[in-house]
Design a binder for this molecule. Structure first.
Ligand code: WTA
Length: 639
């Protein structure tokens, strides 16, 4: 088998990139309809797009089912016995699911949900480790038309409860534990705490992953394996209208409250199917491995929905990349003969720092394409990845996108035409995507000039709204540049039209590729008794991209000490999660503010990074140079 995995269509086989791109943006509706026809629909749409700015409905009146697309449609073909999922647990246990066995598992799981009373339109929260039951529950929810939210299993009880409460989830699915760095991390305990704070949860399902003894509340908590014994082997997929919400995924923004990004079923599935096809150029026999956790959008789109909708083989690994040692990932690639590896710059920098002897010990010759996502990739890490992992033979696709965009928007698209690679640039927009770099006034910037990235046309994978808050949706994404989607990212387009994505322009941090809002961190810090006021900024980190630095003012009666710093760190860690652990805390007497009362964050950042004053004075809006200078000097003296 060597043929392309992509179905034939008017635009396939390959047309040169620019020709295809041009056609796609000139006739977007015709173009997206052609892409949508590559999926199976129970009912064809009446209208490709209803655009009531900024609310888009794609494939209006069309009916489909995400679980049908990911499993049912393959079991009627030769893919029935193909591997859908190679799973490896951290302790070394493995599970291999063919499309036929995945189909059975998804049906039985859907039956369990139905028996618990879950019906179309109900909300389900999934707080699971990286075990096959996570994609199985996602697919089972979609099968019966229940909308789910996956909560990253590293989040705390409070973070879990906030998400459950916002969504009003009726059922919560968890496990006794998940493995991380050699020991089981208890999850059921955390969900017990969360459920005390979330009255909407009527029932909890517990998957037995680690054989731990956990407390089960009678009438509320049920072991999954007990429920399975009464499950039926077949549940009809429920056709849903294209705009039916498939899932809500919470992500950080510029306010303290995480945003519930709502993704549709039709537009999301169509867009992901297309983006996967263009960017990863998978062949029928390809083994695809996206190393993200399913708790983040990358795992949703590129471990579960896109590869499975394609009938590709996807790899899933439960644990830490350095367990039992730094050779683990390379061992997985060698074992499963992985062809396409999709990972983050943070992971690459971690391996780079550890040295190439770990990967050199393994046979990585199966690889033929590498991908990067989540943060800007610095050229040094790019070159290391290219040389030591890809053996100077595999192109790297640098994929830019966001939780809100549903799938990759800007990246090399080798399935169409591979452009000459420039380390650190994500190159061009995918077909149908219309990005532009603009200045503060919304005017296009000159080549090479830094500006803000906007998207000028709606696309099928875009979020539909923010859960329960359409006003916030309008304000966050559509008010700054009316008529266009504001990404919140800085970018440059060079002389040859290549996009260079430069990181966030707003108060969102990217720590090891994970999104964190400064306000979330500040709220967590001031919830710690001794802290009166706090500001969170980031400083560059050689591995994590950005590291968190907190400036805190203490209440009367508290003195700065390293013990207090440790306590504050532990408090933030237990409120937001381990990924939010600050790298450094500075206790100060005063936080520099502009006349309008805004914290001078860029100045704090300059102080944290020990930048020279010359680089700082022009950085704050609404503050005079003297004010900034004085605040800077005062702060430097204090710390
Ligand atoms: C950043 C992750 C540079 C960007 C899929 C964006 C990137 C944010 C890249 C979204 C890339 C993602 N190059 N920056 N290839 N990919 N980003 O929602 O700042 O977790 O706005 O989605 O990650 O993060 P999110």
């Amino acid at each position: 088998m060597t043929g392309s995995i992509a179905p034939e269509s008017k635009y396939w086989p390959r047309k040169r990139y620019f020709e295809l791109y041009d056609e796609s943006v000139r006739h977007p509706e015709e173009f997206w309809a052609e892409e949508a026809r590559q999926l199976d629909w129970f009912r064809t749409w009446d209208k490709v797009l209803e655009w009531d700015l900024p609310f888009a409905r794609w494939f209006v009146g069309g009916e489909l089912n995400a679980s049908y697309l990911c499993v049912d449609r393959h079991i009627a073909t030769a893919r029935k016995n193909k591997v859908a999922l190679y799973w490896e647990g951290e302790p070394g246990d493995t599970r291999v699911l063919s499309y036929a066995t995945l189909y059975r598992e998804v049906n039985r799981c859907a039956s369990v949900l139905k028996n618990l009373g879950v019906v179309k339109g109900d909300k389900v929260a999934l707080y699971l480790p990286m075990i096959p039951e996570l994609p199985i529950f996602m697919l089972a929810c979609g099968r019966i038309g229940a909308t789910f939210t996956v909560v990253f299993s590293g989040f705390t009880a409070q973070a879990l409860a906030d998400r459950i409460n916002d969504l009003q989830a009726k059922v919560l699915v968890t496990a006794d534990a998940g493995y991380r760095r050699g020991s089981p991390v208890p999850l059921k305990r955390t969900t017990d705490e969360a459920m005390d704070l979330s009255p909407s949860v009527e029932k909890a399902v517990v998957v037995n992953r680690a054989g731990l003894d956990v407390e089960m509340k009678s009438g509320r908590d049920f072991w999954y394996h007990h429920l399975l014994s009464e499950a039926s082997d077949h549940v009809d997929p429920e056709p849903v209208e294209a705009s039916h919400p498939l899932y809500v995924l919470y992500t950080s923004g510029t306010t303290g409250k995480p945003k519930g990004v709502v993704h549709s079923t039709g537009g999301y599935m169509v867009y992901n199917h297309s983006a996967f096809k263009w960017v990863f150029d998978a062949k029928e026999e390809s083994v695809f491995w996206c190393t993200a956790d399913i708790g983040w959008v990358t795992g949703h789109s590129y471990i579960v929905y896109a590869p499975l909708a394609f009938g590709a083989t996807s790899v899933m690994y439960e644990g830490a990349p350095n367990y039992p040692d730094l050779g683990r990932w390379w061992d997985i690639i060698q074992t499963y003969r992985v062809n396409i590896l999709y990972t983050s710059p943070t992971a690459i920098r971690m391996f780079m720092q550890a040295g190439e002897e770990w990967s050199a010990k393994h046979d990585l010759s199966s690889l033929d394409l590498l991908g990067s996502v989540g943060e800007p990739i610095n050229p040094e890490a790019w070159l290391w990845y290219f040389k030591h992992i890809g053996g100077e033979r595999c192109p790297i696709v640098d994929t830019w996108w966001q939780t809100e965009t549903g799938g990759i928007l800007i990246a090399q698209a080798p399935a169409i035409e591979l452009p000459p690679l420039k380390p650190g640039s994500a190159s061009f927009a995918l077909p149908g995507i219309d990005p532009q770099v603009v200045n503060e006034k919304g005017e296009p910037t000159a080549p090479g000039e830094r500006g803000l990235l906007i998207i000028k046309k709606p696309w099928p994978g875009m979020l539909m709204t923010l859960y329960g808050d359409p006003e916030r949706y309008k304000e966050v994404y559509w008010s700054r540049f009316p008529g266009s989607y504001y990404t919140g990212d800085y970018a440059i387009q060079d002389e040859e039209g290549y996009f260079w994505l430069l990181g966030r322009a707003d108060e969102v941090l990217k720590v090891a590729g994970h999104r964190l809002g400064t306000l979330e961190l500040e709220n967590a810090a001031v919830a710690f008794g001794p802290v009166a006021e706090a500001a969170a900024v980031s400083k560059p980190d050689p591995v994590k991209g950005e590291a968190i630095v907190i400036f805190a003012i203490l209440r009367e009666g508290h003195e700065p000490s390293s013990a207090l710093e440790k306590e504050l760190n532990a408090h933030i860690r237990s409120t937001v999660g381990p990924i939010a652990t600050p790298e450094r805390v500075f206790f100060v007497k005063k936080l520099p503010k502009t006349r309008s009362g805004k914290i001078m964050r860029r100045l704090l950042k300059a102080v944290a990074t020990e930048a020279v004053i010359g680089d700082v004075t022009t950085l704050e809006d609404g503050a005079s140079m003297d004010e900034v200078k004085a605040a800077y000097e005062a702060l430097r003296k204090e710390i």
